[in-house]
Design a protein around this ligand. Structure first.
Ligand SMILES: *Cc1c(COP(=O)(O)O)cnc(C)c1O
Length: 339
């Protein structure tokens, strides 16, 4: 397997750091917790979409596109990173934003990622929650093509076999960092949504026979559906790489018990995880993805499913820009000190 064979635009800050979280590990009293800092990939506050976009945007360029189109929820990190990448490459960017949470909050609808989408020069249009966003993108692209534009469509989350190559590469990078410092990784944990991150990681881990279990913490779909979409994408990614069949269905594990009432709606344990990372480690998570992923990580430590003596790597997928769309949910727990 040779990733250099695939076109790529080198814009990410790689390798991202692998760091030990001493205070969080001590607080939980279980395994040694490490963090893979994919919140530091660069491009407008970073995050996991940067690695995928390196391959997707190279494909767009190779096809002669002048306009990139993608879709996501209102506070989509993928939309923001696509807008930044398009700016850097001098391409137009149009984003369809789905009102997936139904929030009327002014910051949710205009601050955070939405503010940044527009700062990067992207245009946006809204769609109702539950719309068929893939079909909506095709319709919108038809209109732009009729005006003479060359449109390249990126699926939600950048999750197709091309985008997943970015996380195949991340698996190689992480295992090589661990090898260099003789760090034996017992588990890898990450948030999983549109599936490209988990699918790419598991394909890369299997390709090098790392034998490290990967746990996805779901943020939206029920378990069966999430695992199926990760598995299907991993199979296609392996096909693309010429190693069909290396990922088995049993390699794909997602725990979706931390989703709560829906996508983009944080639970108490999401907020607790965000506060713990912020207060103990000076790290910023987000209320939609990495906060739920970390809530799963913390719960697994507390319940002894990750044990003392083990080493767990949490892949930090980014998302902190969304915090500024969620200030209202934190207001209640803020500490005041009268001095
Ligand atoms: C998109 C996203 C994820 C989920 O990654 P997928 O590849 O869509 O499964 C996790 N965390 C953050 C911050 C994201 O923006």
């Amino acid at each position: 397997m040779h990733l250099a064979r695939f076109p790529r635009v080198f814009l990410a800050h790689l390798p991202t750091p692998l760091e030990r979280l001493d205070r969080l590990s001590k607080e939980l009293g279980g395994p040694e917790i490490w963090i893979k800092r994919d919140d530091c990939t660069g491009l407008s506050t970073g995050g996991n979409k940067t690695r995928k976009l390196e391959f997707l945007m190279a494909e767009a360029q190779a096809l002669g596109a002048d306009t990139v189109m993608t879709q996501g929820a209102t506070q989509s990190n993928h939309a923001r990173q696509t807008a930044a990448f398009s700016a850097k490459l001098g391409m137009a960017c149009h984003i369809l934003l789905e009102d997936r949470t139904g929030s009327n909050d002014a910051n949710y609808n205009g601050n955070g990622n939405v503010l940044l989408d527009h700062l990067h020069g992207a245009t946006t249009s809204k769609r109702a929650g539950g719309a068929d966003m893939a079909a909506e993108m095709e319709l919108a692209a038809q209109k732009l093509r009729a005006e003479g534009r060359k449109v390249y469509i990126i699926p939600g989350g950048g999750s197709n076999p091309t985008g997943a190559l970015g996380y195949v590469n991340c698996a190689f990078e992480l295992v090589s960092q661990a090898n260099d410092r003789a760090l034996i990784i017992d588990h890898i944990v990450t948030a999983t949504g549109s599936a490209g991150t988990q699918a790419g990681l598991i394909t890369g881990l299997k390709a090098i026979n790392a034998q490290i279990p990967l746990l996805g913490i779901g943020v939206r779909a029920p378990k069966e559906k999430q695992e199926e979409s990760v598995f299907n994408l991993a199979a296609k990614t392996a096909d693309k790489l010429g190693c069909s069949g290396i990922v088995s269905r049993s390699d794909v594990v997602a725990d979706t018990s931390y989703v709560g009432s829906g996508y983009g709606i944080p639970r108490e344990d999401t907020l607790e995880a965000i506060r713990m990372f912020a207060e103990l480690e000076g790290l910023l998570l987000d209320p939609v993805y990495s906060g739920k992923g970390a809530a799963g990580l913390i719960d697994y430590c507390r319940r002894g499913r990750f044990k003392k003596g083990e080493r767990v790597v949490f892949l930090h997928t980014g998302g902190s820009a969304a915090l500024f769309g969620y200030d209202a949910v934190f207001a209640e727990g803020n500490k005041a000190l009268r001095v």
